[in-house]
Design a protein around this ligand. Structure first.
Ligand code: SF4
Ligand code: SF4
Length: 135
């Protein structure tokens, strides 16, 4: 949690709506953190392309990124995000690295992708579980 928390981050927001006007997620018909800023309940802080157009247009200099991080602490991530996290923990990559990737790389003269060493995976899993590292 940032110093002062969500309330202090929201202090300067005048609910002008400019952030929502430029938001790509909103233009596609879904509802992002910008809807939360306008006081709506039907939104997901995980729906975002990280374009930061919202941040650029905000006349009040509201730290929308920090607000998004705070809200993500409260909201469960979508299933696809959880799958990506699991893959990062297992292999070091967010996207699946199958046999086909290395065959394609070989055609283009590139080295095979190396998966992370097992020991590193173990360290990450233990850190995620809040266990002591080392030893
Ligand atoms: S542009 Fe800034 S002030 Fe306007 S609603 Fe969005 S966060 Fe609030
Ligand atoms: S950073 Fe996210 S919330 Fe902001 S305008 Fe881009 S898609 Fe919308």
């Amino acid at each position: 949690m940032t110093v002062g928390g969500l309330d202090s981050l929201l202090e300067d927001c005048t609910q002008c709506g400019l952030c929502r006007e430029v938001c790509i997620v909103e233009r596609l018909g879904a509802h992002s953190i910008t809807s939360f800023l306008l006081g709506e309940d039907n939104y997901s802080s995980w729906l975002c392309s990280s374009c930061w157009r919202c941040q650029e247009v905000c006349p009040q200099g509201v730290d929308i990124h920090a607000i998004m991080v705070e809200k993500r602490r409260e909201e469960d991530p979508p299933v696809a995000h959880e799958a990506n996290l699991r893959r990062v923990l297992e292999s070091g990559y967010a996207l699946p690295i199958g046999k086909g990737i290395n065959e394609l790389r070989a055609i283009h003269g590139l080295d095979a992708v190396q998966l992370v060493p097992e020991k590193w995976v173990e360290i990450l899993l233990r850190a995620q579980a809040g266990q002591e590292l080392g030893g």
